[in-house]
Design a protein around this ligand. Structure first.
Ligand SMILES: [Zn+2]
Length: 292
């Protein structure tokens, strides 16, 4: 069973006119990432048919639809409505996580409760700095407590502190995640994009203890890291904490790939030096346990 823990999907009115959509929703940061003015975009787009065909071709059984870290609560609500529709349409293929914004007009939690009742299984991606709130904001911590009581993992977008700064990118301080994990040890935390290499801090015994309930997804890895990262991180944190995720429909190999797919990255992972048992965990077993 292969489950992709990190994909994004948009309706046709969004991908046919991302600029118009971004302006209508006042989501300029999203626009600067999916359709930058100063460089070619690596964002690909996929409708339902392409996505499911690409999943079938690569043997991907299910995919987790992640929300974007929208700057406005209204856009989060819109995305949750899309996710509801798509998981109802293809319940065997898609698992929904909720987009969330704690600065919503007091119904942020109500919306999450409705999502939980509708079968959503987690929250994310979340990016406090980009979304304009503090990790310590009590309104956000109410959402964290909701996630704990719902047994929901929260997926956070993480940038590597030393990565080349790009327009639209905002910092994701490791200290915030450390504080959150220490303050809420019962919370299941997924740090996306290899946690910006934070897992190497688990070589520090105190951090290892604090990060006991932290998982790392490998989304967008080919754009960010040498493929040695698979063996290296598994050697540090073990195979149980790593989740396969692609960031589809991002084009992970922009120099050779015109259209996004799942196959190329999965081939790379199969040849990354992990054992058969480790691969089984990373490609699906870990996520199944996590959202159980
Ligand atoms: Zn991300």
């Amino acid at each position: 069973m292969i489950v992709d823990a990190h994909v994004h999907r948009y309706p046709s009115e969004v991908y046919q006119d991302p600029v118009g959509f971004a302006h209508s929703q006042d989501e300029k940061r999203w626009l600067s990432l999916v359709s930058p003015e100063d460089r070619p975009s690596i964002q690909g787009w996929a409708d339902r048919n392409k996505m499911i065909t690409d999943m079938d071709q690569a043997g991907v059984d299910k995919a987790v639809l992640l929300g974007w870290y929208w700057e406005r609560p209204e856009t989060c609500s819109l995305q949750n409505a899309w996710h509801l529709e798509w998981t109802r349409q293809d319940p065997d293929r898609f698992i929904a996580f909720a987009a969330a914004h704690p600065l919503a007009n007091d119904n942020g939690l109500e919306e999450l409760k409705a999502a939980r009742d509708a079968g959503f299984r987690g929250m994310g991606e979340i990016h406090p700095v980009a979304q304009g709130f503090s990790m310590r904001d009590p309104r956000w911590l109410a959402m964290v407590e909701f996630a704990i009581e719902s047994n929901w993992p929260i997926n956070f977008h993480v940038n590597e502190p030393l990565a080349k700064p790009l327009p639209g990118r905002r910092e994701t301080p490791f200290e915030d995640f450390h504080w959150l994990a220490e303050t809420y040890p019962e919370l299941k935390i997924i740090l996306a994009h290899w946690g910006g290499l934070l897992p190497f801090h688990e070589l520090n015994r105190d951090c290892r203890k604090a990060f006991a309930n932290v998982w790392y997804d490998v989304a967008a890895s080919p754009l960010l890291y040498d493929k040695k990262v698979f063996r290296a991180v598994v050697d540090v944190v073990g195979p149980d904490k790593i989740l396969y995720g692609s960031d589809y429909p991002l084009r992970l190999y922009p120099s050779s790939q015109k259209e996004p797919d799942f196959t190329t990255f999965l081939d790379e992972i199969q040849n990354s030096g992990l054992t058969i048992d480790e691969l089984a965990k990373v490609l699906g077993e870990n996520l199944a346990l996590l959202i159980d």
